[in-house]
Design a protein around this ligand. Structure first.
Ligand code: BG6
Length: 492
């Protein structure tokens, strides 16, 4: 069977990048497309048309990206001759996104290429989503092969997400809408599905009878930096839990789909989101921890606290850390706690999923650690991608003493090649029209439906964030949350 994400050359395309001079475009999207160009994966006449307000022409834009984008490509992976070829695909169009005139210039550039995949990638403020969709429709630019791709945040809650989705639906069919959660483009996230559904070993173990708890951590070492204005209105629950953390949870917990077809996969994912036990009122307060970092230090120096950030309001109660105890109400998972946590300015950058298996029912051996830690599957997405299985073996020597060791799958060692960045996979899938790794409207809706009552409970019960020192793993209350049922956060 053909791999839907295989490295074949893409369909011929026009990739219209709104917000072409923005941070995401320069840091992630253009480097991603460059890497795919290096792999000969972009169709020969595929064009990247960057659209923005800045007064530039194509030549000026090409020289701008030649210096800017280069900084985001590791030196050893930058090949000047290939880059020179790549920039020939890149065009620039200065338009005012809010008036129809500019769109007719875009129309002229796209004319006669209706048989090409036509991607409208909206790397712009969400307040512009509706305007751009209306205008491309009004200008008659939406062909049968058009698709629109958008970045989160998709709304602030279920209601505002619905408004955005309604506006999108006025211009595009659902099959043309690609809602991005870049975590789904990460190699290990896809490997998680491969591990579960490409091997028969794990399936019998993947259930409440064998698994005691699951822990998912997305820790960041950076603070909010210059994004304070946006972040202060958003907070970790909306910024990370509603999307990245829930998507990881869903991939761990979903039933096997009947195929890799995008709707087959997404039909299973939505069932998990709908089966999440609602966290409402006092129950939400008791099952969650909010935190906010205060000044602290890393090996390379001190960092200021969240409230010291000039772009953040002085008395802000926005959370930069969240821990949640979630449960999935299904035959497979009933009673198994899923602990989720994420935060800014934590000890280090680390994304990790821990599956804790139950202890042996009756131990006939002595172990140095008293079998306190059960068998574990440790799936690491960042900083390096690896999967490790913790098992007990007899240590060499006279004594019959068991010792935990790890079966190690380090993907860098195994594949010995450059690891793709998430946006490479996602850009190619958008061009080729494969929606598997993108969020369907009902998924976004179900995720907000679970998140909104948590936020409402925090407001109603006036839950203010507990402070934690930057450079640590969050407030003490996060350890207290998990220790209520005799567990502790995994530490390497
Ligand atoms: C983004 C959030 O979606 O993900 C950021 O808005 C966060 O706040 C980022 O820093 C983390 O992504 P990654 O891939 O660096 O883990």
């Amino acid at each position: 069977m053909k791999n839907p994400h295989s490295a074949d050359t893409t369909n011929p395309f026009d990739f219209v990048l709104f917000g072409g001079t923005g941070d995401l475009s320069l840091r992630k999207l253009l480097p991603a497309l460059y890497f795919r160009h290096c792999e000969n994966q972009l169709a020969d006449d595929g064009r990247i048309i960057c659209v923005a307000r800045k007064d530039l022409d194509t030549d000026a834009f090409r020289s701008l990206i030649s210096s800017e984008v280069k900084q985001h490509i590791p030196e050893e992976q930058f090949m000047q001759n290939v880059w020179d070829e790549f920039v020939q695909r890149v065009f620039y169009l200065q338009i005012d996104l809010t008036t129809i005139e500019g769109y007719s210039d875009l129309g002229n550039m796209l004319a006669g290429r209706e048989d090409h995949a036509r991607v409208f990638y909206l790397s712009v403020a969400p307040s512009l989503f509706a305007t751009i969709c209306n205008k491309v429709k009004e200008a008659g630019l939406i062909s049968a092969k058009s698709r629109v791709a958008l970045e989160k945040p998709l709304g602030r809650d279920q209601e505002t997400a619905n408004e955005i989705n309604d506006q999108l639906a006025e211009a595009f069919e659902e099959s043309q809408i690609f809602r991005i959660d870049h975590y789904l483009g990460k190699e290990t996230v896809q490997n998680l599905m491969a591990l579960r559904f490409g091997n028969s070993l794990f399936e019998p173990l993947w259930r409440r009878e064998r698994i005691s708890d699951v822990q998912i951590t997305i820790a960041e070492s950076l603070g909010v930096g210059t994004r304070g204005g946006f972040y202060d209105q958003t907070g970790a629950l909306r910024d990370m839990v509603q999307n990245h953390l829930l998507q990881l949870l869903v991939i761990i917990a979903m039933e096997p789909p009947v195929s890799v077809d995008s709707d087959a996969v997404r039909d299973e994912k939505i069932k998990v989101l709908r089966a999440l036990k609602p966290l409402v009122g006092q129950h939400a307060v008791e099952s969650t921890v909010r935190g906010q970092y205060k000044a602290g230090a890393y090996a390379d120096g001190a960092v200021p606290g969240y409230l010291d950030n000039e772009t953040v309001s002085d008395d802000s109660t926005t959370e930069t850390f969240v821990a949640i105890r979630a449960e999935i109400q299904s035959w497979r998972w009933a009673g198994v706690p899923f602990y989720l946590r994420t935060g800014k300015h934590m000890e280090s950058k680390l994304t990790e999923i821990i599956i804790n298996f139950r202890k042996v029912p009756h131990s006939i051996y002595e172990t140095a650690d008293g079998f306190t830690a059960p068998n574990q599957l440790i799936i690491r997405l960042q900083p390096e991608e690896s999967i490790r299985m913790r098992i007990y073996v007899k240590a060499w020597g006279d004594d019959m003493e068991l010792q935990p060791v790890h079966l190690n799958l380090d993907f860098n060692d195994i594949f010995k090649k450059r690891q793709m960045i998430a946006y490479e996979r996602l850009c190619i899938d958008i061009i080729n029209g494969n929606q598997t790794l993108f969020m369907r409207r009902d998924e976004v809706d179900a995720a907000w439906a679970w998140i909104d009552p948590i936020r409402e409970a925090w407001e109603k019960h006036k839950v203010v964030p507990k402070s934690y020192t930057a450079g640590t793993m969050g407030p003490a209350a996060s350890n207290a949350l998990i220790s209520k049922e005799g567990l502790k956060w995994y530490e390497d």
